[in-house]
Design a protein around this ligand. Structure first.
Ligand code: DC
Length: 241
């Protein structure tokens, strides 16, 4: 997989912070991507949305008619593709823009179909090997915020700051509902709750690098916190306040 990413933003002027390696893990809908993106912007770090990488691989599998159970074929297709992440803008509701070869898949990878398929796709070890190698390479130089499920445990076990963001299933389902409504979909709340519970269970019980809070991660429960409050808390930890 040839992976390209966006450039760092200017952020705050503090050279120790510029080389930080920040890991943000947690279940779906805890606010990881939004928080990680804003923290990276505030601190002038590169944001890498690893969930978007697994979503892009899933989109590629669907496009190529590959069976989601065929981990080797998915890993091969992802390995041969150029997956590119660019900073979000108004065309993407400020979410990271994602390209697979010549296709922009920013919206497509957030659809209900891909959200359902990405968890079974991401269990495959051959695919995880391709993704993790790429993520480690991107993180090597420091100055990065990565969010995902296995960042603090597998991708950056030696990260400077490890955060585990979580929220109750109900709150996460409400957040997913808003995301999908914004895409013009008409989600059913109870089905979303069930899907999130199922996804949590699959992500945290899979054999290869399951979703798990690293021993040295700081847990933040975001149920009653605004995005700004969570971002402030993470930034404070990063600058050592
Ligand atoms: O964060 P997200 O909802 O975009 O992630 C999509 C899926 O990818 C999720 O089911 C878990 C998986 N994932 C993973 O296994 N490892 C990561 N580092 C990031 C995401």
């Amino acid at each position: 997989m040839i992976m390209e990413t966006a450039k760092r933003t200017d952020g705050i002027d503090n050279s120790a912070v510029k080389t930080l390696r920040v890991a943000i893990d947690g279940p779906a809908g805890a606010g990881k991507s939004t928080v990680a993106q804003l923290v990276a912007k505030r601190l002038g770090l590169l944001y890498i949305d690893t969930g978007a990488m697994y979503r892009a691989a899933t989109w590629l599998a669907v496009k190529n008619g590959i069976d989601v159970k065929d981990g080797d074929a998915i890993a091969k297709a992802a390995g041969e593709a150029v997956i590119k992440l660019e900073p979000g803008d108004e065309t993407s509701s400020n979410r990271v823009r994602v390209f697979v070869d010549e296709h922009e898949v920013t919206q497509a990878i957030r659809s209900h179909e891909i959200s359902e398929l990405v968890s079974p796709v991401s269990v495959h070890s051959p695919l995880r090997k391709v993704m993790v190698a790429q993520q480690k390479e991107l993180a090597k130089r420091g100055g990065v915020v990565l969010d995902g499920r296995d960042i603090g445990t597998v991708v950056m076990p030696d990260a400077d700051i490890k955060i585990y963001l979580t929220a109750s299933t109900k709150v996460r389902a409400q957040r997913r509902m808003k995301d999908q409504e914004a895409l013009g979909e008409n989600p059913d709340y109870n089905k979303l709750v069930a899907a999130i519970a199922e996804r949590d269970n699959r992500d945290s019980t899979r054999a290869d690098s399951p979703l798990k809070q690293a021993d040295d991660a700081i847990a933040i429960i975001t149920d009653n916190m605004s995005i700004d409050q969570v971002v402030d808390a993470v930034v404070r930890l990063c600058v050592g306040e």
